[in-house]
Ligand binder design. Structure first.
Ligand code: DUC
Ligand code: ZN
Ligand code: ZN
Length: 493
């Protein structure tokens, strides 16, 4: 090693793209420059004996300092959200710059960038939420945003204030294909939900548990099937976000089997919560209300299976930081109905620890699958592969050192967001990311933050489709062909 190292992480169990190496990671100028045993000392040495050295996580679905469709601003800003993410082993987030009706994309992006710039402690990119696909947006602003590094957008099939109709979806899918962006789809049938909700409310069924009744699994499965069908007509790959129901997993799996280019994501709330959580005493169930809602044990099992067999490629938090008070879950206090509660649950910090404990340590997924689901696949799909998502020479030194033996009883008081509660309070898990490194900087160690406000960098993302055809480990993903096939299809289509 001619030049010295800034940081050497020693004696770890390092998970690279397709191997496990017992040895050291050498870091210089924020990048990984060596992975082998016996590296020389760095300016700083960290002993990782007994610990897994994994890529820092990428959370590609979280809502930070963003106005919701109901007009609610969450409790976390870019500082608290990124601090919380870092403590949970995540080193990159991709939240949403949200265009609401009547808003112009350049204004939305400029405002959002300004919010993030002085606060984020880890790196971040933006997706765009698209609710106003007017001529200016479609012909000028959206292509420009994609060219400028916002290579993915989210559209809604539900929420009156956000939803696009099928005609608009076709237009957006077509434009995404032309410009090489990935479309993320919130797939729920708006009219089914409205129809059910109205009848429930008319009959006085206003408690949180009725949120899960109104958001019937059929509404999710129908919209998912429709989104896939529309995307097939246009030849665009889409990604179905926050898959909750077992029936939706089935819809996606069969479409994939038939060759549809559909990718999918799920989240901790669909693995670890059920609709029964919404039926807690009083309004307590509001803490577990998100859309789609958590389902049942069968659906949890289907999601595990989807992760294990590659039907679902990304695991994100969908962190939506609404407090259990008038600012979030309970705008009308005790009189709040399920229709009025802000939808969403927190999860930035616990996303990875929950999956590590219940997935890896309980043998449901391999350590390589953990890396793919929490980091590598996000990097591939969202145009970050050159820098993020894997422990590999030349990539940013974004790392998390996991102690697999550390037992943790989850308590909100130990977390770093501003939501005021966690849906996972009291749950005992095993494994914790004790040291977290972002671009070679140790940002979390010994339970303390060592990063300055505003030290996170904005990531101008590449169009994943053209710039970096994703690799597939194959070793851990039986359906490994799917991803590259989807993106190759988009390239040629
Ligand atoms: N559903 C969404 O669509 N977004 C934020 C959180 C939620 O529950
Ligand atoms: Zn959504
Ligand atoms: Zn969301």
């Amino acid at each position: 090693m001619e030049q010295g190292l800034d940081l050497t992480i020693r004696h770890g169990r390092i998970v690279t793209g397709d191997a496990i190496i017992e040895g050291d990671v050498g870091v210089r100028d924020g990048r990984i420059v060596a992975i082998e045993p016996g590296l020389p000392p760095g300016a700083r040495d960290i002993d990782a004996a007994g610990r897994w050295v994994l890529p820092g996580g990428i959370d590609s679905h979280c809502h930070v300092e963003q106005l919701s469709g109901m007009g609610v601003m969450g409790a976390d800003d870019f500082y608290s959200a990124t601090v919380s993410a870092a403590f949970g082993g995540t080193t990159t987030i991709i939240p949403f710059a949200a265009q609401h009706r009547g808003m112009a994309v350049p204004d939305v992006v400029r405002d959002y960038a300004e919010r993030a710039r002085t606060k984020a402690v880890i790196d971040y990119g933006f997706h765009l939420i698209l609710a106003n696909p007017d001529d200016r947006t479609m012909m000028r602003d959206l292509p420009e945003a994609i060219r400028n590094g916002i290579s993915s957008l989210k559209v809604y099939m539900t929420y009156d204030s956000m939803k696009l109709d099928d005609y608009q979806l076709l237009d957006v899918f077509d434009l995404a294909r032309e410009h090489g962006a990935l479309v993320m789809v919130h797939a729920e049938n708006n009219d089914m939900i409205k129809w059910l909700a109205r009848r429930l409310i008319e009959r006085g069924h206003t408690a949180p548990k009725f949120h899960a009744v109104a958001h019937d699994p059929l509404a999710e499965a129908e919209a998912t099937n429709r989104a896939i069908t529309l995307s097939r007509l246009v030849g665009t790959p889409i990604l179905i976000v926050h898959v909750a129901g077992g029936s939706t997993v089935e819809v996606i799996r069969s479409a994939q089997t038939l060759g549809a280019r559909v990718l999918a994501e799920s989240c901790p709330q669909y693995l670890f919560l059920t609709a029964e959580d919404l039926d807690r005493a009083g309004l307590e169930g509001a803490k577990y209300c998100c859309s789609p809602p958590p389902r049942d044990a069968g659906s949890q099992e289907a999601i595990w299976q989807g992760f294990a067999d590659g039907t679902l490629l990304t695991y994100s938090s969908d962190h939506a930081p609404y407090r259990f008070d008038e600012t979030g879950k309970l705008p009308k206090g005790e009189r709040t109905t399920f229709k009025e509660m802000a939808n969403g649950v927190p999860g930035l910090e616990l996303r990875m620890p929950l999956l590590f404990s219940e997935g890896v340590l309980k043998g449901r997924i391999s350590i390589h699958q953990f890396v793919e689901l929490t980091a590598a696949n996000h990097a591939d799909l969202y145009g970050l592969s050159r820098r993020k998502g894997r422990v590999a020479i030349g990539t940013d030194a974004d790392l998390a050192l996991w102690n697999p033996d550390r037992e943790v009883r989850i308590a909100y008081d130990d977390l770093h967001d501003r939501v005021g509660y966690t849906p996972y309070e009291g749950k005992v898990i095993k494994g914790w990311p004790e040291v977290v490194v972002s671009r070679g900087r140790v940002v979390v160690e010994n339970g303390r933050l060592h990063a300055e406000r505003g030290s996170g960098q904005y990531l101008r993302r590449e169009a994943p489709i053209f710039a970096w055809p994703p690799r597939c480990s194959g070793a851990s993903r039986p359906r490994a062909g799917l991803l590259s096939e989807a993106l190759a299809g988009a390239k040629s289509g």
